[in-house]
Design a protein around this ligand. Structure first.
Ligand SMILES: [Zn+2]
Ligand SMILES: [Zn+2]
Length: 289
């Protein structure tokens, strides 16, 4: 499998001098299986850049876009995705029903005439919309896709993609925060309250996880559906992941702040002799596995 990050920021795009290193676009990750089939994780503003890249490099037989949830930062790239306007493309969107509404309606809303000049029914590509559920298994070519429920302020799906022996988990907009004090790290408590997700991530090659906040600022944000970096470090130790990828950064965090977040996370992983490699995702970053 191959991964490329096109957007790594949470909540809202933040262009500017302080976000050059890690990027300002909202979530979008390209996944390719060994046959080069294209799977896209979330459709934040990073999707626009991916679309330009696809248009410049020719045609894709089929594009599969998985939407974790419908918060604006995860869907806002769709109207600006160039392949959507190309007749020869076939694009399938996968997402969950919400309040009785189907995926097409949930995504199409943002292209209603009062928001955008082109309606979802007027795009050139052949589009289809697939309702998916949690605790389910899907197949895209030789890639197995498994789903679970994340802990977020709106119903959100977390995904595991398996090809042969390689496994990646995409778990963003997920709250692991469980402690009352920033100075008490109880691995047992984290395990107890996140058993299902620990098991889901168990032994994966790459865990791409929400690390929206540092451990102090997350304390005032209980119930917002995001995670502090130290809790995440312990979660990844419990899950015995091979590589932890920090993702979905606070839009207020500068490059220097994310450098510090990474350094702190690494120091916890190292002090516990975890052997886990930790990297901070940034736009343009590629991973081959
Ligand atoms: Zn988000
Ligand atoms: Zn969200």
């Amino acid at each position: 499998m191959f991964l490329k990050f096109w957007g790594t920021r949470g909540s809202i795009p933040v262009p500017g001098n302080s976000t050059i290193k890690y990027g300002g676009n909202t979530p979008c990750v390209e996944v390719r299986n060994n046959e080069k089939k294209l799977i896209v994780l979330d459709a934040g503003s990073g999707l626009r850049e991916l679309g330009k890249h696809i248009a410049q490099n020719g045609h894709e037989d089929s594009i599969h876009i998985f939407i974790s949830h419908y918060h604006w930062d995860h869907i806002q790239g769709i109207p600006f995705f160039m392949p959507l306007y190309e007749k020869s493309n076939t694009i399938t969107f996968y997402g969950e029903e919400f309040n009785g509404k189907k995926v097409k309606e949930l995504l199409g809303h943002q292209m209603a005439l009062n928001y955008f000049p082109i309606n979802i029914d007027e795009v050139g590509a052949k589009t289809s919309f697939v309702e998916i559920k949690t605790n389910s298994v899907y197949q895209i070519g030789d890639v197995k896709v498994e789903t679970r429920r994340a802990n977020h302020s709106s119903p959100t799906i977390t995904f595991k993609f398996t090809e042969g022996k390689k496994k990646i988990v995409y778990m963003t907009d997920n709250e692991l925060h469980l402690r009352d004090s920033p100075h008490e790290y109880s691995a047992m408590e984290i395990l107890e309250k996140n058993k299902e997700l620990v098991e889901f991530c168990s032994g994966c090659d790459y865990l791409i996880h929400d690390s929206m906040y540092d451990e102090i600022s997350v304390l005032g944000k209980r119930g917002w559906g995001h995670t502090g970096n130290i809790t995440l470090a312990y979660f990844s130790i419990l899950s015995k992941v091979k590589n932890l990828v920090l993702f979905h950064y606070n839009p207020d965090y500068s490059d220097e702040k994310i450098d510090a977040l990474l350094k702190e996370t690494l120091s916890v992983l190292n002090s516990e002799n975890s052997g886990i490699n930790c990297i901070a995702s940034k736009e343009g970053m590629c991973i081959e596995l």
